[in-house]
Design a protein around this ligand. Sequence first.
Ligand code: ZN
Length: 726
Amino acid sequence: MSRFHSLRRGRRAPAVTFSLVVALAVSAIVSPASAAPQTPARTGFTTTRAAEQAVCEQRFLPLPRSDSFREHLRTITEHPHPAGSDAQRRVGRYLAGAMEAAGLEVVSHPYDVYLPQLTDDVEVHIVTPVAMQLSNREPELEEDRFSGHPELLNGWNAFSGSGDVTAEVVYANFGRREDYRALDSIGVSVAGKIVVARYGGNFRGYKVKFAEERGAVGVVMFNDPGPGGPDALLPYPDGPMMNSQTIQRGSVLTLPWTGDPLTPFEPALPLDGDREVERLDPSEVPLHSIPVLPLGYGPASEILNRMEGREAPEAWHGGVEGVTYRIEGGPGLTVRVRVDQPKALTRVVNVVGTLRGTEFPNEWFVLGAHYDPWGFGAIDPNGGTAMLLTLGEALGELAEAGCPPRRSIMIAHWDAEEAGIIGSTEWVEEFREELEANAIAYINADGAVSGSNFGASSSPSLKDQILEATKAVAYPGTDDSVYDWWIKRAGTDADEPSLGNLGGGSDHVAFYTHAGVPSGALSSGNPGGVYHSNYDNFAWYERFGDTEFVFGPMVARTDGVLALRFANADVLPYDVERYAADVRTHLASLHEVADARGLDVAFPALATAVDDLEDAAGDLAAARERWTASGDVKPAAAERVNRALIGLEKAWLNDRGLQDRPWSRSLYVSPDPFSGYASWMLPGLRYEIETDNRAALRGWERVYVNAVRGLAARMRTVEQMIEESR
Ligand SMILES: [Zn+2]
């Protein structure tokens, strides 16, 4: 029997009317099983509504159930189901059915997007000094009943070019911009060569982009196990980490926009639909043309061990045992890479369920995760998918039990994220105007559940409410709340848990950086080394992931409390005061980046604007508090104020976008344009610092001063609206 047994069993809430729920309020609040704070004083809530909310949260917390979470995950990951496959269409129908059964209104949103076809026609050989074909498929394992599935594919990289090349090799470390520059500086050219690079350090697409720019004819990327150590976890199947045959698949697309390569700014609506969409010709899009493929470190070491050039610097040494990492292979070693990767317009389908708000149906709190994997995708993405289904069921049941949300809660399952964040981006492009006007927040759940380590990152205006939500939820197997557990992990002298800034690389990108929707991501994971491999499956998950299936419900509870507070508050409880504090932190980081480059920069006008922003935010927060404390918040007035609050984040949108990236409209955050995954804060300024363009900094400082003043002015307007409503 599990030590989490009592949590797993859960309590089913009887269907009661809301007045009965209110009558039960007192007993629910003093219930000893309650993990929620006892005081109903809550940002954005009048006292009366806070009491109702406390009751509804107590009803909600037991509803996300382990058995349901487990069953959804097991069913969804029964077969490999990458975007464009028949299996993925079946999974899409399953998601729609599960959300309908939970009481959500479900709409499917199809798009025809440019995708590599699911052929894995790739091979890699050593040609000289020996003839040897290298394995590019994970072998079947006795301990893993999924690993021999006939529909599994070889290792491949989406948006590789097609071609058949034979050449000498050069090792480029992680294939970062600085790595290629280091090769340039010692006079090593990759022109006409095949680049061998280890995964890590940047988004894999940039390894290819920089190689191609320097004339390389192909790229082989490999999983490097990194430094071992006495406490190192064991390789799969004895432990959760990569083994010598584990392959990381993944897209290598590096376009200055996210989503369908052929339709930047526009939704890739179906070819057979009513509205015609202009599509670029693939020849007009800067796709990579050289062949690229991934290997496990076992096969890769066959190449590395035969290299004969000078030894690579210490920092370039990876962790493959017995290998001396060298820069050049020398003329005696030639490698052949062959990739045949046709691409075509392919139907993908997002599945979106809505729990309609009873009072403000056109204000949306959106949660989402992609549902397409490379293989089975038990961790990435479907731990998140199963969590969202469990959350949808709990919210549906809660509505039945007398606590429907006042605003709409949407649960979205995106298709084709892996190839280039495509499904979510097309949806945001289709509904951009509505989202800018209606979307309160977007919470992403990509691979959100694979274990016990809780974490979160978000835009400033969601941070406070994310922290508050974690206080309401119990951490499984302890007497702690998620918050308690999280802050203990941050260290004894921390004021708050470490709540990061959201970066690139998943479905929040279009919401956050293109449409200006405040965004966040909550997750709970375990260490593992099966990312994007055929071993990311239910067998791994049962042994090394969320083995008791308790962390899925924990994340669902936290996401749910967060959603319910934004859905039910009288006045939207955005953390308006966090903007100024966070911008100051980002400015300090920019100074560090500039210092490291020997640049002396100062932004006095911007610093003054941030001081004014702090004042405006403090006044707005105080006005909101007085208003809710008065207990007299009329719905019509609140609706006007809430619309204006939703508009705050749009002060960061720049219609012309960022340098060389018109699609990236947020001045606040963007993916790092030179590495992909990491986030750049205040990216317009960061770009000029990174490219040593001091002359352009002044102009960009003015852009930022205007944005910050614009945000402060919007806050003053909202404060005024509140004062006039009282
Ligand atoms: Zn993912």
